[in-house]
Design a protein around this ligand. Structure first.
Ligand code: ADP
Length: 367
């Protein structure tokens, strides 16, 4: 195409008329301002002025709807007279498409690699966490066997002493001691089994959530779920001497996977209960902003140090190993809750002060 410095088409040649916005005969004599969107006009005029002023070649890419549809072009502007430029335009739609395809492939590969790294780290951390209760179970099994053996050897001795009128007390003491130890070990084994069960359940849940790209969401109200969480945890809270309340407000519709969102809310309430001493409070509150619906779970528990506020969402991270082990927590609870909320297009925010308590907020976009 030849154009003058003002953007008027002087001559147009196209091997395929489909690549033009309208037939060449109509274009000739028209101005770029009559044919193109303002931003393209501006781009052309800037390029044209540069070429006329400097005599250099200027190249740029643009997208335009032409007779054959939306196409990508590459324009090369050359000065061809005192007030005239020649624009050599190539249709690069196919090249563009291939490039986009390869970029998409690269993104997919990157995501795949990221997933693999997450999985590897997950397996590593999981095997470490699984080993602790497993080792406890194995040691307990070994000791159970020893104590049973002890009872087995002491019983005939006891009977023999009894039948022959000897002092039976030492045997009775040994057997009683062994039974006490057996009971202790039995309780520890139960706790370890429970810990293993919780861990394995949480791990499968996490793996499942990782593999899902989306959840089937339906319109619903967050306060209904908050209400049922308060109902479900009321007895446990009372047993702990903790006051659990809901400040219920009606909130706008959000898109929900009821069961999964319930799981996330339960996790926050369970965590709050784990860290709140008797006499404390746990409050669930609803809030609404222009874009979001928010459910805040506030506790008067131990709080979280600033440097741990992001760590706590990491898989298998626990602020205090010993304390959480006793709670039967998997170290996956917050990671699971965060993933569930993310699959709802939302986020979890946390605010905390050590010794005073924490607030975890589930923030969901309004439907
Ligand atoms: P777990 O399943 O073991 O409870 P989470 O992922 O739920 O693990 O929590 C990770 C860590 O964050 C735990 O060490 C826990 O003590 C801490 N945490 C979670 N919620 C609270 C809270 N409300 N107050 C203080 N610490 C918390």
């Amino acid at each position: 195409m030849r154009l003058d410095g003002d953007g008027t088409f002087l001559e147009v040649h196209a091997p395929k008329e489909d690549d033009l916005a309208m037939p060449a005969t109509i274009i000739i004599g028209k101005n770029v301002r009559d044919l193109m969107a303002p931003e393209l006009v501006e781009q052309h005029m800037r390029a044209s002025a540069y070429v006329l002023e400097t005599g250099k070649v200027y190249e740029y890419e643009y997208t335009l709807e032409v007779l054959s549809g939306v196409q990508h072009f590459d324009a090369r502007l050359v000065k061809s007279g005192p007030n005239e430029i020649t624009s050599i335009v190539r249709n690069i739609t196919e090249k563009h498409r291939l490039q986009e395809q390869s970029e998409a492939r690269q993104v997919a590969l990157m995501l795949e690699r990221e997933r693999r790294i997450i999985l590897e780290r997950f397996v590593q951390d999981a095997s470490h966490d699984l080993r602790t209760p497993l080792t406890a179970l194995m040691t307990s099994g070994y000791l159970l066997d020893r104590y049973i053996g002890l009872v087995k050897t002491q019983l005939p001795e006891l009977i023999d002493a009894f039948q022959n009128g000897r002092d039976t007390q030492p045997f009775i003491d040994t057997i009683n001691d062994a039974i006490r130890r057996l009971e202790d070990r039995y309780k520890m084994m139960n706790a370890s089994t429970e810990r293993l069960r919780a861990l394995v359940d949480a791990m499968f849940e996490m793996i499942w959530l990782d593999s899902e790209d989306s959840l089937l969401l339906q319109p619903g109200h967050l306060e209904g779920l908050a209400e049922s969480a308060v109902y479900a945890f009321q007895a446990a809270a009372e047993a702990h001497g903790v006051q659990l309340t809901l400040e219920k407000t009606e909130t706008p519709v959000v898109m929900l996977h009821g069961e999964m969102m319930q799981r996330a809310i339960y996790q926050l309430v369970q965590n709050a209960l784990n860290v709140t001493p008797a006499g404390g409070h746990i409050t669930l509150r609803m809030a609404v902003t222009a874009q979001d619906v928010v459910l805040a779970v506030t506790d008067t528990g131990i709080g979280i140090a600033e440097e741990n506020l992001t760590n706590i969402f990491q898989r298998f991270y626990r602020v205090d190993e010993a304390r959480t082990a006793n709670n039967g927590g998997s170290g996956l609870g917050l990671a699971i809750a965060q993933r569930i909320v993310a699959l709802h297009g939302g986020r979890i925010e946390v605010e905390s002060e050590i010794g005073r308590g924490s607030t975890f907020r589930i923030v969901l976009p309004r439907a």
